[in-house]
Design a protein around this ligand. Structure first.
Ligand code: GLY
Ligand code: MN
Ligand code: MN
Length: 373
């Protein structure tokens, strides 16, 4: 069971220029970055304690002695990050305040920083809320990032291809989750990109984010499997839906509607398209068929170092898609007593529209019947 590929086979991440692109978005003199995915994207640092300080002409990473050597190694590919190693929290705070002395207006990530830390730092620093500058730059993925997400998608495809044909053998939801997650690791993933969802039957499949329980998957069930892999910190995300045994007319109707909505959503994706229009394309199919109230969530989201990141395909979204965005299109219909169907693909926004990164077939919900013995 060899890996699908390793990250050594992939193009490198393109760290050069990231700090300057974020600086160009700021209308404050300096920014303290505390969100860990933002820190990783800017500098390569993966430790759990660290703050990045974007000064007008320097970038600091303030961390503690557990991470000193590692921080230097991990930030080597990035633009000139100066690693500042402190001892304990008060010492790190003192170094932060010293680095920012006299700089002028200082931005901090209000949507991430706790109220308590904000209040504490504000005693010594002229803090202003600055959100979204790094997230905005993280949206358009470079070649190395796309390659990692694509490899993660390939690993999940391969794991699901092994497991789906055995759904008729009366496994529990947890059996299926564990098998998928084991296989993804064997195929080269660091792990699952989130807790794999295996939602079966009239009640569990009706919950969009069910999880997985000890329930046995049986004939007549709809089964929603939402599975992704993690590669070098990058996520994949995919959902396929199945029916165990003979497909009822109602199950076929719902499956076909979701497939039609998903095709409409995928067709809508392209650079410059309003994300709310991708959502609307799916929602319109459901509304026309009288199923608007079976659709319980938004149509998709960006995927990268986080499983859910900018942009979001929701009715209230104001963003437009950019070249290099990697987003999901994942409509579904859910009703207690029936179960559920969701079809989710992960796509890269390209000049001609989109390129689908998830390859598992989705043309039919049917699976072999369980053994009758
Ligand atoms: N796997 C979580 C989601 O699709 O959003
Ligand atoms: Mn998903
Ligand atoms: Mn998703």
């Amino acid at each position: 069971m060899s890996p699908v590929a390793t990250i050594d086979d992939l193009p490198p991440l393109e760290h050069a220029g990231r700090t300057d692109r974020v600086r160009a978005r700021l209308d404050v003199a300096a920014l303290i970055v505390t969100e860990p995915h933002d820190i990783r994207w800017l500098t390569g640092f993966r430790g759990s304690t660290g703050w990045v300080v974007l000064l007008p002409d320097r970038t600091l990473l303030i961390t503690d002695r557990r991470y000193g050597e590692r921080a230097a190694a991990e930030t080597a590919p990035a633009d000139d990050v100066e690693v500042v190693v402190g001892t304990d929290r008060p010492d790190l705070r003192a170094r932060l305040v010293a680095a920012l002395a006299g700089v002028g207006r200082v931005g901090a990530q209000a949507s991430h920083l706790s109220h308590a830390v904000w209040e504490d730092w504000a005693v010594d620093l002229p803090l202003e809320p600055v959100d979204g500058a790094v997230a905005a730059e993280r949206r358009s993925k470079d070649r190395g990032e796309i390659a990692r997400i694509e490899l993660a998608a390939r690993i999940a495809d391969r794991a699901l291809a092994e497991v789906a044909p055995r759904l008729g053998e009366t496994p529990t939801e947890l059996d299926v989750r564990h098998e998928l997650e084991y296989l993804m690791r064997r195929f080269g993933a660091e792990g699952p990109s989130y807790d794999t969802i295996v939602a079966s039957g009239p009640e569990h499949a009706a919950r969009p984010h069910h999880g997985a329980e000890r329930r046995t998957i049986t004939e007549g069930d709809t089964v929603v499997i939402d599975v992704g892999a993690l590669v070098d910190g990058y996520h994949s995300d995919m959902t396929r839906s199945y029916v165990i045994g003979t497909v009822s007319p109602r199950q076929q109707e719902i499956y076909d509607l979701v497939a039609t909505a998903q095709a409409a959503g995928l067709a809508a994706v392209g650079p410059g398209v309003a994300t709310r229009d991708v959502d609307a394309a799916c929602r319109a199919v459901f509304a026309a068929a009288g199923f608007a109230d079976w659709y319980l969530h938004a149509t998709g989201h960006g995927v990268g170092l986080q499983i859910h990141e900018e942009p979001f395909h929701a009715p209230t979204s104001t963003a437009e898609l950019l070249l290099g965005d990697v987003v999901t299109v994942e409509p579904g219909l859910y009703r207690a007593g029936f179960g559920g169907v969701r079809i989710e693909d992960l796509v890269e926004v390209t000049p001609s529209g989109q390129r689908t990164l998830t390859e598992t077939p989705k043309d039919a919900p049917c699976l072999p019947s369980p053994p009758t013995t």
